[in-house]
Design a protein. Structure first.
Length: 355
């Protein structure tokens, strides 16, 4: 195929590098912040039941799932759009609102898909550096220009696990003009312990120009099922529905996600294990003398002060897959998912042996 057949932007985009998947049994993966207990059992039951109906197209708007989410969030179902992962909600937002050349403000060293979708839809990504490995809201506000169309924030932040405090968000919102869509990615919100974590849904209720993203991939253990959702004003959601492929969320995904929402025992165990695992890892990291960020998520950001890629290879040889943050622009840091106690212990043992 002739080179000039391809859009310029596609030539400039490298392929996404996912967390490495284990190739042999016995290898543990702590690279993609998945649920270490596997999928929600209630989701599995619902999926098995739903599978006899696979010859029939799924509901185009995932209505039953949206109704269940709306009830939980005290909103209307048409404040919610469900996607094939929250990735798809980012894509739909860009497809619906972004015009060529409009600016998208993105925190640097952050989850790469914000940049990816901004570029794919011919937007102009504008990166704002982190400050002490946290999103710098003052600098982000200062980066706003008349061409700014969207701002992405990630809280808890991937990869640092830090979060935007309630008061800081309140102050920031006063500086964001109404015509800008603020997208807050809360993929890890269910793991938060901090009392001053903001209730962002409150701003949706108030009619702010805000889109909150959430997912079933982490807490609910359904990364392979691909279900995420966006929460926003009815008109924003309504326009995004127009850009959506009709049957974007399959039957099994809709049924499984809805059932997972009510899987209390599984969710309780997931949260409690994460809290305990976090404590264990922090103590262990203090002992080996590595710097890390206090995390509100199901992973920990560690400054290893050496080549993260080398450490990744060495750890993989010993059966532990972690995430080197070179592709995030942080070549001396790693991100490690909090696993079961047994997995955490193995991680600490392997890490200590290599330091
Ligand atoms: C911050 C953040 N947002 C979104 C996603 C993607 O979620 P989903 O699986 O729902 O597409 C991830 C996955 O790693 C993430 O870390």
């Amino acid at each position: 195929m002739a080179e000039d057949f391809i859009r310029e932007v596609i030539k400039s985009i490298p392929e996404y590098i996912p967390g490495k998947t284990p190739t042999k049994p016995g290898i543990i993966k702590l690279a993609s912040n998945e649920n270490p207990f596997g999928p929600s059992p209630k989701a599995l039951e619902a999926i098995a039941k739903e599978s006899s109906r696979l010859h029939v197209y799924p509901d185009q708007k995932s209505l039953l799932l949206r109704e269940a989410l709306a009830k939980k969030l005290r909103l209307a179902d048409n404040n919610i759009i469900v996607g094939n992962g929250s990735d798809e909600i980012m894509q739909l937002a860009a497809a619906t609102f972004l015009r060529p050349g409009e600016e998208v403000i993105i925190p640097e060293n952050t989850f790469s898909l914000y940049n990816f979708f901004a570029k794919i839809f011919d937007g102009q990504p504008k990166f704002v550096p982190l400050k002490n490995n946290e999103q710098d809201l003052d600098a982000i506000a200062a980066a706003i220009t008349p061409k700014t169309k969207m701002i992405f924030l990630c809280s808890p932040h991937n990869p640092t696990g830090t979060y935007i405090k309630s008061k800081a968000l309140e102050d920031f919102l006063k500086k964001v003009p109404d015509k800008i869509l603020l997208i807050i990615d809360e993929a890890y919100v269910e793991f938060v312990e901090a009392k001053d974590f903001p209730d962002t849904i409150k701003y949706v209720r108030k009619g702010k120009n805000i889109l909150v993203l959430r997912t079933f991939s982490k807490y609910y253990g359904l990364a392979g099922l691909r279900v995420g959702y966006g929460v926003s004003a009815k008109d924003i959601v309504g326009y995004m529905f127009r850009a959506k492929p009709p049957f974007n969320v399959n039957r099994l995904a809709q049924a499984g996600a809805k059932a997972a929402l009510g899987d209390k025992d599984f969710l309780k165990k997931t949260y409690a294990t994460n809290v305990e695992g976090k404590k264990y890892l922090c103590v262990a990291l203090d002992k080996v003398g590595l710097e890390y960020k206090k995390t509100e998520s199901n992973f920990i950001f560690i400054n290893v002060k050496r080549s993260a890629d080398d450490l990744f290879l060495q750890m993989m040889k010993q059966g532990v897959i972690i995430r080197p943050l070179t592709s995030f622009g942080l070549p001396d840091a790693i991100r490690v998912s909090i696993g079961t106690q047994e997995q955490n212990e193995k991680f600490v043992a392997v890490l200590s042996s290599l330091l």
